[in-house]
Design a binder for this molecule. Structure first.
Ligand code: AMP
Length: 405
């Protein structure tokens, strides 16, 4: 099948057009600055040069129209007819407690997505806009929603409840949801394949380390705990987010600096983390460069980042009663030899032994030493492929159900 995978943000849409048989992205691209007169569409067909189109794209509907047009275009397109788009798969950030798996978008699902807007006020509205735009331009094409939260929804109550009055959980659905679920699911499945063992028999810790970062304990193929919480702010230190912190800190700063709720939110989400601590950069490559040049603040930021990952690894080993594999993914997890080295340092007492040479290699996926009890891996994530494969499966199931009726 050929699936258009969309990740719709408030002013941007990322897309990939994936052939699920070959697993290739036949084209990928992005529309940026939606709502402005100088919006930009960049588009790269498989094996060809990237092209860039600048124009007025005032809303998501027009952006989707452009994406379809460029997929169809004579010189840069990859299809001849809209009908070649078999289905559309959307990344949807928040499925709340409603969705524990990917779903076909129906009126009922749209209603539930709208009910979850309060939980993800920045992310779910553009996801919904994207679905509506596709409905306008491809009214007969099935659409599926694949949720960042779904993989974690069934974690045990002891992992998802916060220590606040239970009524508040019931009233406002305040609990740990966790994010990056498609990535944690994908790399844990890949790890099992690489080990040649059934996922059901494995205890895996997956560390998705990118600009946003989270870590998950995956026991028998199920997420049993994860570091992001009610929002993607909790847990690990991130590029611009503070991660775990005594909640009183923010109340104290608000009092001292006279910050509004919105300013406090911006402080924790945009000016903290690696950029906040280092004052240099939120980007790990730049930060590592600054460390190499002797910046103490950059070194502090790097140390807090890796120390926190190490602490989570230890706690998830305790939570699962052991671990078979530790997987690094995301831009930092896949590429930073320094981060992986620092996280795995002095962990041999837990059976974690990194092979320093393999860690430096760009090709090796299994990077632990031969005798390491815990297998350490770097596995490139592919969230778009997961969305495409889930969408294909749902659409095929629907076709079978229709043929039975
Ligand atoms: P992502 O959000 O998954 O795209 O990851 C982005 C992060 O990955 C940024 O902090 C980048 O600096 C980091 N990154 C990408 N390549 C490398 C590399 N070779 N070494 C260290 N960090 C990297």
């Amino acid at each position: 099948m050929k699936i258009l995978v969309l990740n719709c943000g408030s002013s941007s849409i990322k897309y990939q057009f994936i052939d699920t048989d070959s697993r290739d992205a036949l084209a990928k691209g992005m529309v940026e600055r939606i709502g402005m007169s100088s919006a930009v569409l960049t588009h790269t067909p498989l094996g060809k040069e990237k092209i860039k189109i600048v124009g007025e794209i005032l809303d998501h509907s027009i952006a989707i129209e452009y994406v379809i047009a460029v997929l169809l275009s004579k010189n840069h397109g990859v299809i001849k007819d809209k009908k070649e788009i078999d289905a559309v798969g959307h990344r949807v950030v928040h499925g709340g407690e409603t969705f524990s798996g990917s779903v076909l978008i129906t009126d009922h699902v749209m209603k539930a997505l709208k009910e979850n807007i309060e939980l993800a006020p920045l992310h779910n509205p553009p996801n919904i806009k994207g679905i509506q735009a596709v409905l306008e331009h491809l009214p007969n094409t099935p659409q599926c929603g694949v949720f960042d939260t779904a993989f974690h929804v069934k974690m045990p109550a002891k992992a998802y409840l916060y220590g606040i009055p239970y009524e508040l959980y019931k009233k406002y659905k305040i609990r740990r949801y966790g994010f990056h679920g498609t990535s944690h699911r994908f790399v844990s499945e890949q790890a099992a394949q690489l080990l040649g063992k059934p996922l059901e028999e494995l205890k895996i810790i997956t560390a998705h380390l990118g600009n946003g970062a989270s870590i998950a304990a995956v026991n028998g193929g199920r997420s049993v705990d994860t570091s992001m919480g009610f929002t993607p702010l909790e847990g690990l230190l991130m590029g611009t987010r503070c991660g775990d912190m005594d909640p009183s800190v923010i109340l104290y700063i608000m009092g001292k600096e006279g910050l509004t709720l919105s300013e406090a939110n911006t402080l924790m989400n945009k000016h903290s983390g690696l950029i906040g601590l280092s004052g240099e950069s939120s980007d790990m490559r730049e930060l590592e460069q600054a460390v190499a040049e002797g910046s103490k603040k950059a070194k502090n930021a790097f140390d807090v980042f890796t120390y926190r990952i190490k602490k989570y690894v230890g706690s998830y080993i305790a939570a699962m009663g052991g671990v078979d594999a530790l997987v690094f993914t995301g831009g930092i997890g896949e590429n930073s030899t320094e981060v992986r080295k620092a996280v795995c340092e002095d962990m041999d007492f837990l059976g974690i032994n990194l092979d320093q040479e393999k860690n430096l290699s760009r090709e090796e996926l299994l990077i632990s030493s031969e005798d390491s009890k815990v297998k350490v891996m770097r596995i490139p994530t592919n969230e778009e492929l997961v969305i495409a494969l889930d969408t294909e499966e749902i659409v095929k199931e629907q076709l079978v159900a229709q043929s039975v009726e």
